[in-house]
Ligand binder design. Structure first.
Ligand code: HEM
Ligand code: CU
Length: 673
């Protein structure tokens, strides 16, 4: 099918008699409502709590993800500061060993699953559909469900702080046999490991559901003319990340089910005294765990690949290479999991093979870095805050990459393994990489989402404080590691020579914390009284900036964009001096013809027919509530309660299925006034 051809213009009928925005007033809505029992009435609140609980709009769901993720980012940050206080001086008694274990477990789990991943998901949700010129994701209610499920998983993981047996304390890697019944569940009184198992399962389900939605959206809902090789890089990285999620999460799902069987029902997968294999846990965990680190970094690479060209006033250097190296990283990421297991005694052949495969990943990663530098080269650099964070990303991600290559050599890793050197490495990639890119992205897209610019002075100040604090915290850890300081221990002796670097590191952590506080203060301040922007403040390249206003209207685009080239929006602004057709005022609308199918709408909306919008729904949140209740009872080994939760889940899903398609129409030229 030739998607680039422009269809012949249709005659334009007169303006519609029906009002623009009120779904209640629409004849379609009235007709469906009278035939249906009350519980099938689709909620219509446009503002207020109910509108957020029942929303199916990808932009609102993106905001929900973003705000929850930022909240958990702060929680994880406080946990980190507590850990750093404990390690500031030798033989400290600020924390008990038990509390320390809970803190480092929850810090890692929170940062990975409840902060970085959902922050990326927030951007996938808000930005990706706009970048491809779509009205929403493919399955809007499923999208809402994925968010509520995420929140349910986050709650299950964190309720441990408020119950007697405490928060999960087995490490985010949950190594068997530490997690087995014998070590952490002797008399069925300790539910913290069960909270960890159930919480991760729920989060996994949420991620897989969300990813399937993104994949279908990117494959099916691209604007006419947007071929795969014209896709913005951020959308490409969304697609690759989504594939990594659906291919890697099944491994940990299986591992967690086996662990649950071991603990709850006396199965024997991992208990070595009964003939089980603890190493099986490590394989299953890292088959998930290594791709997971690319799930954290690929969206960041996508964000950087949008920001650097925009603020260099140049197209991305080597677009196809950036895309293919991203796919390469994704594929290779599945073949290197055992580099986390060099010291388990896998045998020389396996060790050598995984060592080589791991080194190979540095190639596509390095290629990307050269492309970013090529983009900057000769560019007209605009040093605004998003650019500062993006440049910080490139520099610190390189440092993290170098130490990564260092422990890809098995002999070196057998020394570095479980030392602070590894802690330094992955914080350079996770904070210097993922978090810096996400902070850059928040500044970059803030005007799109809120209609206001962030104050440059406070933005830049926060960058320098964060940058300084981060390096002061983590750079000394390389030396602590090389001097033999082990990771995951609560105390150390005073005459090991580790005192000064540890103290410096703790001071740095507080500087970093202050920087983050300044960053958030700047956001909140700008949200209230930052200068307003109408549209496209950065003179950007991609379609999300071609919307008629900031924030974009509910329906995103009054007229579906048509794409002739990569960076078409940018070229059109340059070459013709005006905005592309879809970005200008929408055409007058036609009267809505009752009885038309949704597909007919989709193909006709261009001709002023009105835009078909999905209705809100209660059932995603009801279904997720069933999973939350069931999950909490499950973790508590209360199987009657768990069945109760499952029944609510079943009821929610069934009603959801029979709720019907819903939907209403919007007439942009009315609502734009
Ligand atoms: C050039 C690319 C990279 C290479 C060669 C590399 C290599 C490695 C290796 C060999 C280990 C095992 C260290 C050990 O013995 O414990 C490791 C650990 C780790 N890496 Fe990377 N890595 C790279 C990039 C990344 C990225 C992009 C992330 C995340 C965004 C990441 C996050 C982690 C984490 C969290 C651990 C610690 C896992 C644990 O708990 O033991 N790495 N890396
Ligand atoms: Cu790995």
């Amino acid at each position: 099918m030739d998607t680039t051809a422009t269809p012949a213009p249709l005659p334009r009928p007169a303006a519609p008699p029906s009002p623009g925005y009120s779904p209640r007033a629409h004849p379609d809505y009235a007709r469906t409502a009278e035939r249906r029992p009350w519980f099938f009435t689709r909620p219509t609140a446009g503002t207020g709590l109910v509108s957020w609980l029942t929303t199916v709009d990808h932009k609102r769901i993106g905001i929900l993800y973003g705000i929850s993720a930022l909240f958990f980012f702060l929680v994880g940050g406080v946990e980190a500061l507590l850990i750093r206080i404990q390690l500031a001086v030798p033989n400290n008694t600020f924390l008990t060993h038990a509390a320390y274990n809970e803190l480092f477990t929850m810090h890692a789990t929170t940062m990975i699953f409840l902060a970085v991943m959902p922050l990326s998901t927030a951007a996938f949700n808000y930005i990706m559909p706009l970048q491809i010129g779509a009205r929403d994701v493919a399955f809007p209610r499923l999208n809402g469900f994925a968010f509520w499920l995420f929140l349910a998983g986050a709650i299950v993981l964190n309720v441990g702080w408020f119950v007697r047996s405490g928060a999960p304390d087995v490490g985010w890697f949950g190594y068997a046999p530490l997690t087995s019944a014998a070590y952490s569940n002797q008399f069925r009184t300790d539910i913290s490991t069960d909270l960890w198992i159930v919480g991760l399962q729920i989060l996994g389900a949420s991620s897989v559901i969300g990813s399937l939605n993104f994949i279908v959206t990117i494959i099916n809902l691209r604007a006419p003319g947007m071929t795969m090789m014209r896709l913005p890089v951020f959308t490409w990285m969304t697609l690759i990340t989504a594939f990594l999620i659906i291919l890697s999460f099944p491994a940990i799902t299986i591992a967690l089910v086996e662990l649950m069987m071991d603990r709850g029902f006396g199965a024997n997968f991992f208990e070595v005294s009964n003939g089980g294999l603890p190493i099986l846990w490590q394989h299953l965990f890292w088959i998930f765990g290594h791709p997971e680190v690319y799930i954290l970094i690929l969206p960041a690479m996508g964000i950087i690949s949008e920001i650097l060209p925009c603020f260099s006033r140049k197209p991305l250097f080597g677009y196809p290479i950036v895309v293919f190296s991203g796919a390469c990283i994704g594929l290779l990421g599945f073949g290197v999991w055992s580099h986390h297991m060099f010291t388990t005694g896998m045998g020389t052949l396996a060790t050598a093979a995984f060592s080589l495969a791991t080194m190979a990943i540095a190639v596509p990663t390095g290629v990307k870095i050269f492309n970013w530098i090529g983009t900057l080269w000769g560019g007209h650099l605009m040093m605004r805050t998003p650019m500062m964070f993006a440049l910080g990303f490139v520099w610190m991600f390189m440092i993290g990459g170098f130490s990564g290559i260092m422990h890809s050599a098995a002999p070196a890793d057998s020394q570095q393994q479980d030392s602070y050197f590894v802690v330094a490495h992955f914080h350079y990639v996770l904070i210097g990489g993922s978090i810096f890119a996400l902070l850059a992205g928040i500044h970059y897209w803030f005007p799109l989402v809120t209609g206001r610019l962030v104050d440059e002075f406070w933005g830049k100040l926060s960058f320098w404080v964060i940058f300084t604090g981060f390096n002061v915290t983590f750079f000394p850890m390389h030396f602590l590691g090389l001097n033999g300081m082990p990771r995951r221990t609560a105390v150390y002796d005073g005459n090991m020579g580790w005192n000064t670097p540890n103290f410096i590191s703790t001071v740095g952590a507080f500087v970093l914390g202050i920087g983050i506080a300044i960053y958030f203060a700047a956001l909140i301040r700008s949200y209230r009284k930052g200068p307003r922007v109408n549209r496209d403040p950065w003179d950007a390249r991609t379609l999300e900036w071609s919307v008629a206003s900031c924030p974009p209207p509910d329906y995103n685009f009054a007229v579906t964009p048509r794409v002739q080239a990569r960076d078409a929006f940018w070229h059109e602004k340059r070459n013709t001096g005006h905005l592309p057709a879809h970005a200008r005022q929408p055409a007058p609308a036609a009267e809505h013809a009752p009885g038309q199918t949704q597909t007919a709408h989709a193909s006709h909306d261009v001709h002023g027919h009105g835009i078909h919008m999905p209705s809100q729904s209660w059932f995603p949140i009801v279904t997720a509530l069933g999973i939350l209740i069931g999950g909490l009872f499950m973790a508590n080994h209360n199987y009657i309660g768990a069945i109760g939760g499952a029944l609510l889940l079943f009821a929610g899903a069934t009603l959801w299925a029979f709720e019907g398609p819903g939907g209403y129409h919007v007439f942009p030229e009315e609502s734009n006034k």
